[in-house]
Design a protein around this ligand. Sequence first.
Ligand SMILES: O=C(CO)COP(=O)(O)O
Length: 258
Amino acid sequence: MATRTPLMAGNWKMNLNHLEAIAHVQKLAFALTDKDYEAVEVAVLPPFTDLRSVQTLVDGDKLRIKYGAQDVSAHDSGAYTGEVSGPLLAKLNCTFITIGHSERRQYHGEDEPVVNAKVKAALKHGLTPIMCVGEELSVREAGNHVSHTLAQVDGGLEGVAAESVAGLVIAYEPVWAIGTGKVCGEEDAQEVCGAIRQRIEELYDDATAQQVRIQYGGSVKSGNVAKIMAQPDIDGALVGGASLDAEEFVKIIRFRDQ
Ligand SMILES: O=C(CO)COP(=O)(O)O
């Protein structure tokens, strides 16, 4: 079985201006040690307007924190007002891009074809997609959470080659657990994350399924992260609100100590 390095990523959403971003990344850098970076990969996903400042700080101090964006255009360049392309993000040395976050699906009408085009755009420019999937409360209550989430996986990865899938990240974020304080029970999270890995094996092969990293996201905090991370098919956390507090995010990164 492949050993997968856990990925602890902070999705800042629409929070922290570029000055706050610098201060926040400095706090993380000050607290984190080589031991932390050996145990987990750490990433922050700030708003677009912060990326240049974060890049300058990371490069200047040779920090081991990775960073990325919260969205990418499906297009490479041209007349797409307001969009930010893969080449522009690659030029800033971004590593990760969240794609198809439920807030993009909910407020910007992103569906599987859009997510699929953005996954391909990110991969084309050497950026690692964190493809977000997960069900709304009504879907879970109807007992359709697994099939719903797997349909998002199928649609998002259509036409993506096995070698690309092996390197990407899928984040299972049940919509009802995002920003609500209602964390999904670790066994419920494992049920869906295990089903996602199984689906990758069916769509590709066992080696690809063993390599792809699957994160859980939704009200992750230092108090619940250890139980979530103990699940066999959960390889990291995509953390929203709690990642805005540097001390708390460091505790989450050190989930083994909690
Ligand atoms: O949406 C999320 C991360 O992408 C989760 O947000 P919260 O951790 O604030 O629930």
